[in-house]
Design a protein around this ligand. Structure first.
Ligand SMILES: Cc1cc2nc3c(=O)[nH]c(=O)nc-3n(C[C@H](O)[C@H](O)[C@H](O)COP(=O)(O)OP(=O)(O)OC[C@H]3O[C@@H](n4cnc5c(N)ncnc54)[C@H](O)[C@@H]3O)c2cc1C
Length: 351
């Protein structure tokens, strides 16, 4: 099939279609029934009745996170989405919610219940998926790795400020040639006097362009096993370059990390990461939190649809009622099974 992207004038010359010269669309004029994402709609329904499953403390946390996301985060996210930039001004606000560090106990971490941490994650994702990815990478990957695999000194040194989001962390496993098969990664860690030298490349690493602490996985050249390292932002030989032109999660700053003979002192090697199995332990726990991201996103989609239907014509309201029935039918057929997986895996995780 031939696709004609250009049209020709009467003399046979290629010309661009006229819409290239059109002014930008004024959405409020062209589509007056549209309501901007920056004014996030209130919760239309606690569709899955999560509140019934929560303790009073968990319900209060859910409400606090929702209020912050709707009032503080939603109004600015569309602008940053357009620019594909990160809104650093929300970091202290997210830090004040005391959700970073989730279920980790001690070291200034909130020590939330699993259900509390999960519903907080869903409430963040309900308003903004990029924002929940930022927290997931920081909290459920990087902080969790330090909590599960770090030494006592490392936990005391790094976790308190990460919990308050005074510092930000990233978690670097994926490489240009190794994603799903990350256990084959090629970045190396070579033992030298007083520490290790890291050499290699990482790709797609969320938060890496501005993270203060980078959790880096590399292959120990002596044992050939995967080890983990805490690398500080300004370490000589370390560069993180933003991957541009993403079409999804545009606010998340994914980076390409280059490690050129980066020295890491012995005290910054994570003693609990001695093989890929140790990395998998962290992934097993963090995946549960990742599962709450689509639940939160679908809650937000529902609320957006509800607002649209209520503000629009009766036809839209009928369509929305059909949407509700479809959601209900879907939840009867499929969601209990999915929820069961999420809830049962939550129940079986360590605190
Ligand atoms: C927005 C975003 C944020 C990210 N953040 C981080 C981060 O913070 N830290 C980090 O370490 N990584 C991060 N990643 C990387 C992510 O973990 C990888 O993209 C993921 O592991 C998949 O790897 P890949 O992109 O190399 O795809 P591939 O592994 O090349 O997979 C491509 C496709 O092939 C399929 N596939 C692969 N292997 C098989 C197989 N054996 N059989 C059948 N199908 C197969 C996969 O399911 C997929 O559909 C991020 C990625 C994105 C997009």
């Amino acid at each position: 099939m031939t696709v004609h992207s250009q049209i020709q004038d009467e003399t046979g010359r290629s010309v661009k279609p006229s819409y290239f010269n059109s002014p930008p669309l004024d959405v409020s004029v062209a589509f007056p029934q549209a309501t901007p994402a920056s004014t996030f709609p209130p919760l239309a329904s606690d569709y899955y009745q999560f509140d019934d499953l929560l303790s009073p403390e968990e319900r209060a946390l859910r409400k606090k996170v929702r209020e912050c996301m709707e009032k503080e985060v939603a109004p600015i996210m569309a602008e940053y989405w357009e620019k594909a930039e990160f809104p650093f001004q929300i970091v202290p606000k997210l830090g004040a919610l005391r959700i970073s560090g989730g279920t980790i106990k001690g070291y200034g971490c909130p020590g939330l219940s699993l259900t509390g941490s999960a519903i907080a994650m869903a409430e963040v994702a309900r308003v903004d998926a990029s924002c929940s990815t930022f927290i997931l990478v920081h909290s459920s990957l990087a902080m969790l790795t330090i909590a599960l695999c770090g030494s006592e000194e490392q936990k005391q040194k790094y976790l308190p400020s990460l919990a308050q989001l005074k510092t930000v962390a990233c978690w670097a496993l994926t490489e240009p040639d190794y994603g799903s098969d990350a256990s084959s990664l090629k970045t190396t860690a070579t033992k030298v006097d007083g520490g290790w030298v890291l050499e290699g490349q990482k790709r797609w690493i969320g938060n890496s362009t501005f993270a203060d602490v980078l959790v880096i996985f590399a292959r120990n050249t002596t044992t050939n096993q995967i080890n983990g390292y805490l690398v500080k932002k300004d370490s000589p030989g370390l560069t993180a370059t933003k991957i541009p032109n993403k079409i999804g999660l545009r606010i998340v700053q994914n980076g390409d990390i280059l490690l050129k003979k980066v020295f890491v002192p012995d005290e910054d090697r994570l003693p609990g990461v001695n093989s890929f199995q140790d990395t998998s332990k962290v992934l097993a726990v963090s995946r549960v939190m990742v599962a709450w991201q689509p639940i939160g996103i679908s809650m937000g989609v529902y609320d957006m649809c509800a607002r649209y239907a209520m503000n629009s014509s009766p036809v839209c309201e009928i369509t929305f009622q059909a949407f509700r029935i479809t959601c209900f039918a879907f939840s009867m057929m499929q969601v209990p099974e999915g929820e069961e997986t999420v809830w049962s895996s939550i129940g079986s995780l360590p605190n």
